[in-house]
Ligand binder design. Sequence first.
Ligand code: HEM
Ligand SMILES: *[C@@H]1O[C@H](CO)[C@@H](O)[C@H](O)[C@H]1NC(C)=O
Ligand SMILES: *[C@@H]1O[C@H](CO)[C@@H](O)[C@H](O)[C@H]1NC(C)=O
Ligand SMILES: *[C@@H]1O[C@H](CO)[C@@H](O)[C@H](O)[C@H]1NC(C)=O
Length: 334
Amino acid sequence: MAPTLASLVAIFSCMALCSLMRASAASKLRVGFYAQTCPRAEALVREAFDDAVRKTDDIGADLLRMHFHDCFVRGCDGSVLIASANGNTAEKDADINQTFEEEAFQVVDNAKASLEAACPGVVSCADILAYVARDSVAHYGGGFYDVPAGRRDGRISLATDTSENIPRHNFTLDQLTRVFARKGLTQSEMITLSGIAVYIGAHTIGIAHCPAFTERLYNFNSSSGVDPTLDPAYAVQLQQQCPTAASNTEVPMDLPSELGFDNSYYKGILRNRGLFTSDQTLVSTPAAAAQVKLFARNSAVFKSRFAAAMVRMGSIGVLTGSNGEIRSNCRAPN
Ligand code: HEM
Ligand SMILES: *[C@@H]1O[C@H](CO)[C@@H](O)[C@H](O)[C@H]1NC(C)=O
Ligand SMILES: *[C@@H]1O[C@H](CO)[C@@H](O)[C@H](O)[C@H]1NC(C)=O
Ligand SMILES: *[C@@H]1O[C@H](CO)[C@@H](O)[C@H](O)[C@H]1NC(C)=O
């Protein structure tokens, strides 16, 4: 169906207006937001993270992903942390099974507890997540970046919000583009897909459970049992780790350096070793493929673009000023 003039006008005025609205909310976030009100805020979050990662070396991957899911659903407002209660099924319990570890929520709880002891009612759970995601990236070698803060916490968390906002492992390029564009996370309308490519680099750390990719390994389609866009040797290896489509083993996403925040996931994608359809599909378009090649060649460029991308992601739909609240318990609205 051809777009009508009215719908084009609506899209273009939203592109202009919506980005203005986003820019004004985002510009209220600032680096050092707690310098006066809670000077040790970032240090206390870092301590909670360091304690946790000493016990569980990959816990930071879960925390990074949690910040991403927080921002994509209702903006970065800590909604992903809220527990189901009083008949409400919260985001984290959505049936798309986001597979967050309970231990990751405890890291946020521990940070919150020391923040409440030091400066009660000041630091939001949404900011804790943004800080701890940054600490994770830095810990695994992705480099440190400053996090603009001042987010406030939302009061709502609905499982039903997740399916349309969280990109899935088997999304097509079109579907990925739509979700990222709705969040304003594309460099420009013309080079949308290269804008997404930088985010995929997060898959350089952490694990996936078999169900996120077994449809590529078994009964793929009527002409091929295994996804022909997956490196055959890698497919065999993955089949050993996930002997059936229903296996639930944890598999490192970036085998060469599971806990190294580097550019090797891009090198993998260039060898058809992107684990998810949604990762591998990026190289099927020239603009994004060029971006993947650039990042595979130049780790420093990847890291600096990734840091900028995280700051952008961290500003999606934020509540600032007198909107929202500062939760005293990250798992429940006040
Ligand atoms: C482009 C769309 C994306 C899709 C379709 C996607 C999908 C997935 C899937 C299916 C998993 C495996 C979950 C499991 O099986 O337990 C995963 C893991 C992960 N994702 Fe993404 N993701 C996307 C973007 C992102 C972004 C933007 C970030 C962070 C900035 C991110 C960070 C992570 C991390 C760190 C893990 C590992 C989690 C762990 O080890 O516990 N992803 N992702
Ligand atoms: C969701 O993931 C968890 C953790 O991997 C797993 O134990 C559980 O069986 C999964 N549930 C569904 C419905 O897939
Ligand atoms: C994507 O995966 C989900 C299950 O995770 C499945 O329900 C859906 O049919 C898949 N979509 C495609 C296009 O394969
Ligand atoms: C199977 O998937 C491959 C790769 O996506 C595609 O090229 C091929 O046309 C598909 N075959 C059928 C019968 O759909």
